[in-house]
Design a protein around this ligand. Structure first.
Ligand SMILES: *Cc1c(COP(=O)(O)O)cnc(C)c1O
Length: 356
């Protein structure tokens, strides 16, 4: 049976990514060796790293003066690395959920954190607006897409201080104005590659200002100076990332991905409005994520949750169970998820409604 993969992360990758990576696991670049068993310093693998970085720059239209880094440790290590490298004394954080809270916790180890606003009062079901950012902070940190709660900041904020963003679950989903940011980081396992790789985009001018002596591996400058090859990189994950980037380019780039993502999200949100049994968790359409769509049963049908998941399973719809802190359901509609999979989910919701 065809599977429709709605997992939040690790999550769906394109068929192209999987097929090309599988080939390279057996025979990489006609070397007769696996991409798992060849030196990362070989000319063949260096070419993979170079092309990956070049394609990230091309697809995201990254201006001069930025470095693209391929690191390890996940977005979770970036929660500490970002303030370690950029915070002199004080930074502002927007608290839009548990990933943002984890970032705040790490930043507090290094200096003063001003929480400019929080959506905690309503279980993070909205994006706070109209908050003031103090002018004397070293940066403002935002989480552009809140994977767990299904909220998203869908345009690049205008602020007068440097901007730092965790884009783990929406990078490559829409065009971004990179010039607005000093630092962007993203765990690869949501829209790019298998886990084990973290993408970092850093403005070169932003580095070297803290006066701290940094541990070698936690210093962005180490990785800038060594072309992300200071130590052994996650070779398979990078190879897979390159295939995804090639697939994005072949499909028409990030603008095309964005159009398709909007179509998919609209299909599901419209059904959530229409269907008497379900409702979206995030009330304001402006705040609704186009990557992670959270929904619950209407109160009158609250006892039918398990029944719906059982029906979904018979249709090959997997990964729909909501995060424990929100409950209900979550459909992750990352770039690689085809429109047909969202249609299959909508069809199942209609069938479920007609049965009750
Ligand atoms: C998944 C996720 C993380 C955690 O990423 P790891 O790579 O597992 O550390 C952080 N932030 C956001 C927004 C995420 O979606």
């Amino acid at each position: 049976m065809k599977k429709h993969n709605f997992f939040a992360g690790p999550s769906i990758l394109s068929e192209f990514t999987k097929e090309e990576t599988a080939k390279a696991v057996m025979d990489f670049a006609d070397t007769g060796l696996s991409v798992m068993e060849i030196s990362h310093r070989s000319a063949e693998f260096q070419a993979v790293v170079d092309e990956t970085i070049a394609l990230v720059k091309e697809l995201l239209e990254i201006p001069e003066g930025y470095s693209v880094l391929l690191l390890q440790g996940g977005a979770s290590l970036q929660f500490y690395m970002a303030p370690l490298n950029l915070m002199v004394k004080k930074a502002a954080y927007l608290n839009t959920g548990s990933w943002a809270s984890k970032a705040i916790k790490e930043a507090k180890l290094l200096g003063e954190v001003v929480e400019v606003a929080s959506s905690k009062d309503k279980n993070h079901s909205y994006i706070p607006k109209g908050y003031e950012v103090p002018s004397d902070v070293d940066y403002l940190h935002i989480t552009t897409n809140n994977t767990i709660y299904g909220t998203e900041i869908k345009s690049d904020p205008e602020v007068s201080v440097p901007l730092v963003a965790d884009m783990s679950s929406d990078i490559f989903s829409r065009p971004i104005d990179i010039s607005k940011y000093d630092l962007i980081y993203a765990g690869a396992q949501k829209n790019l590659a298998p886990s084990g790789l973290t993408l970092v985009i850093v403005k070169d001018d932003a580095l070297g200002k803290t006066g701290r002596t940094l541990p070698t591996m936690l210093d962005y400058q180490t990785h800038v100076s060594n072309g992300s090859m200071f130590n052994t990189p996650p070779c398979i994950a990078i190879y897979a990332a390159l295939q995804t980037l090639k697939w994005y380019k072949q499909k028409g780039g990030i603008a095309t991905m964005h159009k398709l993502n909007v179509v998919k999200a609209k299909l599901l949100y419209d059904e959530l409005e229409r269907n008497k049994m379900f409702k979206a968790v995030v009330p304001d359409p402006d705040d609704r994520s186009i990557m992670n769509i959270c929904f619950v049963m209407e109160e009158a049908y609250a006892d039918k949750e398990a029944d719906f998941l059982a029906l979904a399973k018979t249709k090959g719809l997997v990964g729909l169970k909501g995060h424990r802190s929100v409950g209900g359901f979550r459909a992750s509609t990352y770039n690689a998820l085809p429109v047909e999979s969202v249609q299959a989910l909508v069809d199942a919701m209609k069938e479920f409604e007609s049965k009750h």
